[in-house]
Ligand binder design. Sequence first.
Ligand code: NAD
Length: 497
Amino acid sequence: MREIAHFIVGGAAEAARYGDVYDPNTGAKQARVALGGKADLDRAVAIAKAAQPAWAAVNPQRRARVMFAFKALIEANMDALAHLLSSEHGKVIADSKGDIQRGLEVIEFCCGLPHLLKGEFTIGAGPGIDVWSMRQPIGIGAGITPFNFPGMIPMWMFGPAIATGNAFILKPSERDPSVPVRLAELMLEAGLPEGILQVVHGDKEMVDAILDHPDIGGISFVGSSDIAHYVYSRGTAAGKRVQAMGGAKNHGIVMPDADLDQVVSDLAGAAFGSAGERCMALPVVVPVGEDTADRLRAKLIPAIEALRVGISTDPQAHYGPVVTPQHKAKIENYIQMGVDEGAELVVDGRGFTLQGYEDGFFVGPTLFDHVTTDMRTYREEIFGPVLQMVRAKDFEEAVALPSQHQYGNGVAIFTRNGHAAREFAQRVNVGMVGVNVPIPVPVAYHTFGGWKRSGFGDHNQHGMDGIRFWTRTKTVTGRWPDGAGDGSSAFVIPTMS
Ligand code: NAD
């Protein structure tokens, strides 16, 4: 069986424990991944610590050139990377290419590093006094990533971290770890010095080792909310800088004036694409008014029934299998829970099988209507191809629903009314808002981050926040006196008065 080892300079030690990596299409175990701990991390950190000062001393334009070369390598390897990604994750090939491309767009942003890293300067802040601020790397950063975007999310993190002069240790999801390793290999091929990007594999044991390591200065985490909160609390208690993105339950508000045909096709992609395993999926639809709800439901049912579930290499498939048998069971349990809680199961995706792939982890598209806010299936994240309809009586209730939900990652409003859209975007208590855009993932040069239990910490991913998170500001106040001073001491705090 294929073995996936840590990507540490000098090679990896024999692992004491391994995790299973599946082919979600067939249900077979296709590889085993090393599950490491403190000893592996210590080795990687020692190597990173030795390599980082020289990398930070490379001028920004040369560091950016590594990013340019990496971009070219990713493009040349796109097909192979996408197939590798799909084979472990299960998403369809076109979607895997999107996963990689989205990460690549952050790398493209990092190609502008010399400009992004320029500091601020004030001449003549006082007599003979100039002030300037510079951004310096924090040293060694670590990233802990989820299974659902094994291309994009590692690049969100290591792109800005490495471009700004840090060494970086990536701990990818143990469920689909091969693409992250491949990305690290390509960074080396692009000219990155050894030791600046290493990959360690593992589960809680490795994460805890990262959280406690005294030489790691910053940690970026993306995953589910309880673990995000744990990572944030333990990491910050150890004095580290931590950004921790969590789970989501994104709502799509459908106003009575919305173009319902467009809404249905947007919802189909946003709720069921990647089998709903996206933190920016749209698993809750909120039609405003009973009439809107009935009209929408009538159009949604045939659209959902027409969705094609297939293996990830099927170019006609809208989505593929979910990632593991445990995740499939969890989604199907939530569907049963929804029935038990009294929601109306309109389309039931349980028991779906694909001929020739009977052991694959497929879940058919599922639609619930008459879901209410007291239901656990509404309050919690299902992370599968399940769309829940919550009927709102008016605009006020539609604003309140996502605003009061524990998660606050993304939200969308579908309307032709500019005032309603503007009002909604202004008032809703959620971090990323789409106006007639079902998956409002900001472009790479803006920042990505949710509110409430969808994000802990005060910096978003990528954009200028990525540069800020991975650097520390140093401010220099310099005086070059003209020699004409009276030599007196100042005992009062200097002010601008
Ligand atoms: P997860 O929380 O199970 O795992 C994320 C990472 O944490 C993995 O690297 C995993 O090895 C590690 N981990 C798992 N259990 C741990 C524990 N007990 N202690 C310490 N570390 C542990 O998440 P997942 O299932 O891989 O990914 C799906 C989740 O990620 C969903 O909740 C989804 O919404 C969320 N997500 C959020 C964003 C965002 O930007 N907000 C983006 C993508 C995914």
